[in-house]
Design a binder for this molecule. Structure first.
Ligand code: PLP
Length: 455
C-alpha cells in the first residue's frame, strides 16, 4: 500500500514514512492510493481485536508484520473498561448509540490514539530515535495523546489548546500530567488558531531541520485508519442489510473514517453529520459553500471548529484525485475566505452525507429529553447527534455516536437535567492535582521558540 497527498497525486510514500509526518511537504494530507475491499462475512463472530486486525493489516502490510500488529492491537485495548470495547446500545426500535468512551480519557479519541502510541513505539525502533509530537486540540485529542505518550522514551509531546475554551475537566486531564516529556501550551486564541500554528510549523523548514515533527491530530492518516474499526464493529452487531450513522463532527475526521469504511465495503446508506452552531460543514453539505467564519463557544467545545482540516480529503476524492484542482481550491479559499462548489460536486457530497446544525438550546433540550424519556444521560457532543436520531426514518437502522462521557461536560449536563453526571474515579482524582502549562500569544513564532528551547 502506497500513500499519495491531496496536493500531489504522484506521491508514493510508504506507511511508516507518513506515520511519522504530519502534513505532506506540499501542504496536503495523506490518503491511501486505493481502498482495500473487505468481505463482511469473514468478519462475523470475531472479537473487536480481530476485526481491527483485518481492517488495519492491508494499510500497513509489508511494514508491520501481522503478528506484531496483532500484539499492538491486543495491548491497545486491554485496559478499556468495557468488555465489548465499543458497545452498541439499543435505545429504541432501529435506533442505536455506539458508545465510544471506555478508553482512559473518556472520549472517542482514545480508540485511535492508544493504538497510535503503541504503533509509534513499535515503528520507532526501526525508523528514528527522537520524535517531537505536535498537536492542536479542541479538548479531547490533547488528553488522549498525553495519556498515550506520557513517559514514553525519546518522544516529546507539545499540545496546543485554546486558552479558557476547553472544559475544566478537559484542561485538567491534560495539565495535571507532570511527566517531563509533556508540554501543555494554552494559546490566546481559538482552536482554528491552534491548528493553523501547527500546520505552519509542519511546513517550517527551520524547525523541521532541527527535529522530526510528528502529527497526532486527525491530519495523521493513522488516526483515521484506527477509527474505521468501530464502524465495522457496530454494523456487525446489527443484522441488517444497510445502516446509517449520525456523527457529531468538528474536524471531519470521525465522519471521514466512516466514509473510508463505506469505501471498504461497509453497507452504509447515509452519513449524517451533526454540527453545533459552528456550522461550516453544514453549509458545505447543504449549499456547497465553504466559507471562513468566526468560531463561537458552545456547550460542545470539541466541535468548536470552523476549518475542518479533513474535509480536504473529501474534496480530493470528490474531484477524482485531481490534486491540481485541490491546490487551486485551497488557494482560492485561503485568499478569498470562501469557495463555492458546483452542482455536480454538491450532488456527489449529498449522495454520501446529510447534515444538520444543532443549536445550543436544542443540545440542552436533547440531553434533558433522553434523560426523561429513556433515562439515558448523554454529553453535549453526543446530544447533537441524538437530536437528529429523534426524527429519523423509523424503518431503517440508525447508529448515533456517543463521543464522550457526560462527566467531562458536567456544566451542560447540570443545566439540562438539574444534576451532575456520576463521575468516574479517574476523573474525580484530577481535581486536587497540580497543573502545569504555558500560556502563549497567538503566534507561531512563540510556539516555535518554546519547542526549540525544550528539544
Ligand atoms: C473530537 C470530537 C468530536 C469531533 O470529531 P471530529 O473527528 O473532529 O469531527 C466530537 N465530539 C467529541 C467529544 C470529540 O472529542
Amino acid at each position: 500500500m502506497k500513500y499519495l497527498s491531496t496536493r500531489n497525486n504522484n506521491l508514493k510514500e510508504s506507511f511508516t514514512n507518513i506515520l511519522f509526518q504530519g502534513l505532506s511537504k506540499d501542504g496536503g494530507l495523506y490518503l491511501p492510493e486505493s481502498w482495500p475491499l473487505l468481505d463482511i462475512n469473514t468478519l462475523r463472530d470475531k472479537s473487536y481485536e480481530e476485526v481491527a486486525l483485518n481492517i488495519i493489516n492491508p494499510f500497513v502490510a509489508n511494514e508491520v508484520s501481522e503478528e506484531d500488529l496483532y500484539e499492538i492491537i491486543i495491548s491497545t485495548y486491554k485496559d478499556f473498561s468495557h468488555s465489548k470495547i465499543a458497545p452498541l446500545y439499543k435505545i429504541d426500535n432501529n435506533k442505536y448509540i455506539l458508545e465510544l468512551f471506555y478508553g482512559p480519557t473518556f472520549a472517542f479519541k482514545d480508540y485511535a490514539m492508544q493504538f497510535l502510541g503503541n504503533l509509534f513505539s513499535h515503528c520507532m525502533q526501526k525508523k528514528t530515535n527522537q520524535l517531537t509530537i505536535l498537536g492542536a486540540t479542541s479538548g479531547d485529542t490533547g488528553s488522549a495523546a498525553i495519556n498515550a505518550f506520557k513517559g514514553k522514551k525519546n518522544i516529546n509531546v507539545f499540545i496546543l489548546h485554546p486558552h479558557n475554551k476547553v472544559s475544566e475537566v478537559q484542561r485538567k486531564q491534560m495539565t495535571t500530567n507532570l511527566d517531563e516529556n509533556i508540554f501543555n501550551v494554552a494559546i490566546e486564541g481559538n482552536f482554528d488558531d491552534c491548528q493553523r500554528i501547527v500546520k505552519e510549523l509542519f511546513l517550517d523548514k527551520d524547525i523541521q531541520g532541527k527535529t522530526s515533527l510528528t502529527a497526532i491530530n486527525s491530519i495523521n492518516w493513522a488516526r483515521l485508519m484506527a477509527q474505521i474499526i468501530y464502524y465495522f464493529w457496530a454494523y456487525l452487531q446489527i443484522e441488517d442489510k444497510e445502516v446509517s450513522f449520525i456523527v457529531p463532527s468538528g474536524n471531519f475526521g470521525n465522519v471521514f473514517s466512516a466514509h473510508a469504511a463505506q469505501n471498504m465495503g461497509l453497507p452504509i446508506r447515509k452519513l449524517h453529520i451533526a454540527t453545533n452552531e459552528n456550522d461550516s460543514l453544514n453549509q458545505i453539505i447543504k449549499h456547497g459553500l465553504m466559507r471562513l467564519k468566526e468560531v463561537k463557544q458552545t456547550y460542545s467545545p470539541s466541535m468548536d471548529i470552523q476549518i475542518s482540516s479533513n474535509f480536504e480529503r473529501q474534496i480530493f476524492e470528490s474531484f477524482g484525485h485531481d490534486s491540481e484542482k485541490v491546490n487551486q481550491i485551497m488557494r482560492e479559499y485561503s485568499i478569498k475566505g470562501e469557495y463555492e462548489f458546483d452542482k455536480s460536486i454538491i450532488s456527489n457530497l449529498q449522495s454520501i452525507y446529510e447534515s444538520t446544525a444543532v443549536s445550543n438550546t436544542n443540545t440542552i433540550e436533547t440531553i434533558s429529553y433522553y434523560k426523561k424519556k429513556y433515562d439515558y444521560l448523554s454529553d453535549p457532543h453526543t446530544a447533537t447527534g441524538l437530536s437528529i436520531l429523534k426524527n429519523v426514518d423509523p424503518d431503517h437502522p440508525y447508529i448515533s455516536l456517543a463521543c464522550a462521557h457526560p462527566a467531562k461536560f458536567n456544566d451542560a449536563v447540570e443545566k439540562a437535567t438539574g444534576s451532575k453526571s456520576l463521575t468516574p474515579k479517574e476523573l474525580e482524582n484530577i481535581f486536587d492535582k497540580k497543573e502545569k502549562m504555558t500560556i502563549l500569544n497567538n503566534e507561531t513564532e512563540a510556539v516555535k521558540s518554546l519547542i526549540l528551547k525544550n528539544l
